[in-house]
Design a protein around this ligand. Sequence first.
Ligand code: SF4
Ligand code: SF4
Length: 698
Amino acid sequence: MNATDVGFGLVALLMAVPTAYLVKLSVEARRRPQAWVTLFLLAMMAEMWVGAALYARSPSSTALVEALAAMGALMAATVVVVFVALLRGRPSTDPAEPPAPLLEPPGWYRGIAVALVLLSEGLMAYAFAVATATPLLSAGASGGIGGVASVVVSPWFVFPMGAEMGIATILLWSRLSPALRIILPLQAGIMLLTPTAVASSSWLVGSIVLGSVGMIALIVFAMEHIYRHREIPTALGGYLLQILAAYAAMMVGLLLWLVYGTPVVLAASVVLEMVVYFGAVLLPDRFRSGDRFSWQLRPAWAFALLGLVFVGELFMGAVLDLEIQPAQFTGAFFVLPLAGAPLVVVQNSLMNGFWFFATVAGSTWFLAMMGAEMGVLVLFKLRETQSLETRVRLGLMLASYAAFAVFFPSVYYAAVFPNAPGGATVPFLGWSMGIGSAPLGPSVFLVVFVTYAITGVLVVLFGRRVICSTFCTAALMYQGTTIDSMKSFNRTAPVGRKYLGSRFSQAYSVTTGVTMGSLVGASFVSYFDQVGVLHITIAGADPTAFLFALYFGVLWYVMFVTIPYTGTYNCVTMGWCYTGTVAQAFQKVSFFKLKVRSKDVCKACTTLDCAKSCPVGLVDMPGHFRTKGEFRSTKCCGVGDCVGACPYGNLYIHDVRHWVRRRLGLPDSVDRGVPIPMARARPSAIQGATETMGGSAR
Ligand code: SF4
Ligand code: SF4
């Protein structure tokens, strides 16, 4: 960087101040004259940069004259337009006529203001890039879409734009809602961290990692915000989807740039992010308005939110994989050529897409990033959980995720099996349970056997929650505050409600049958492949490796984003997970069940909070409590929300510990759950029952 670069850089950053101030004036313009004068000033600025860009393109005295002439003509035309507009909108001189009402900036006005800001920034970036001979990313820098894109992702565009967003945020601070005061600074920071802005490998890795941290922070904030505010302003709902779409596009663009070298999609996402930003700051008052909606009643909105978050994360994971583990991932994505007959192109595209999805979803950095994001939501839940048993389980769940989703599969086993065939999984307690380990041959048979033996014993002693609420990676994803609150969809979603209750519907039997059938079939084919009788692969992989990639690399995430239509924990409620089905079989003979201290309390209970809080939709549990005083269901995955939700502390989880205590003649010690404020309003019948019931009412 030389003195010229520094000088131009200072000018670019200084230009951010008047632009941000004009943005503030645009927000505050409530009368026609104010609005037109603000547009006039923005137009003047853009026209000034038209002249600068024309001159920078071919600096000569002729070009200077042409640039000045063009500027003069444009400015004169602008003056005429604004003057006419002001004349037509001048206030009446009749004192009897009421003053014109204060107006919110209309859509066309906001559109022109944003377009002028973009034009100014783009032309300034072009002029400065040419003047300083900054190397641009695209060979077509002198024109065309590639040329425009290379200017947009250059430091001359993103740094001034980031500064402008930051300054405008500060200038408008007093008008911003609390949510915008968090999101807008993050947005400005992410703009400043555009990886293409500086041609250096340390900037590339640093900006990608820090930008990802910023996006994760934004997603966590958005998730927690909607958890705490079940009704949100309509403007905020729209803005959240827009910003998530911009970041998803940014991650897609970044990957395309890293793999194919094209900055076009990345540049489009930068512009989109800017437009979204100005769309929010130009109407800050809408974010405080009473126009609100309950997102739990809008499955389409929740689906869009989850879908956009997931797309952004998948591509962010791929970008992190490429940058942090280049030796493993360079050239690993999109390996099949997209050339030849149309059918071959379609087939190769599908195959590339499938393996890209499954490979990234199973990679270290994707899982670490998802773990960080969903783990924070679990920590929020832990903070508000008072039941000791549930707190311990949530802590174990976090530790299990770190061990079984990240450390063992990605770090430890990569060291133990450095030459494992692609797609092979190594057995461990947790998700894969050994499925997909066939390519590693008989060397892992003992580990598979021990995995199933340990799992089986633990499920018999403590119930299915050992897998489905602790070891399984899915547990962490489902049990953070926001995703947990989506259990409301289990009862309202068209598909989810078909799977309510502990009974096994026909649909459930079909999904479980298909899952287990495919597992058994793939295992046989895989075995005969290993002994040399067959030579069958699916999508180029061992059948069990393919099956694992299909169920847990792709299908699981597809089902996760469909929660608003299928309900949470749909792997359990719909029975499409073979690991869950195996755990379910063991649960049939386990010590695990739900018990109540007093059937009478349940008979008098009108809240039925236990049923409402169940994330797998076991809505029939109160009926069982009233008649038998206990409830057994192989669908129950022991999350324990019902225990905490019962307003009378009447419910507890029974497992081998209670059985042992009873055998030893020890007094029972049960987690009494956490009475919540409703308990204060309990009916007198319940009051009497709870006063007389003891810990041994079983
Ligand atoms: S059913 Fe399967 S995916 Fe779902 S929580 Fe249980 S083990 Fe995990
Ligand atoms: S909320 Fe408590 S008292 Fe009411 S039915 Fe459920 S376990 Fe019984």
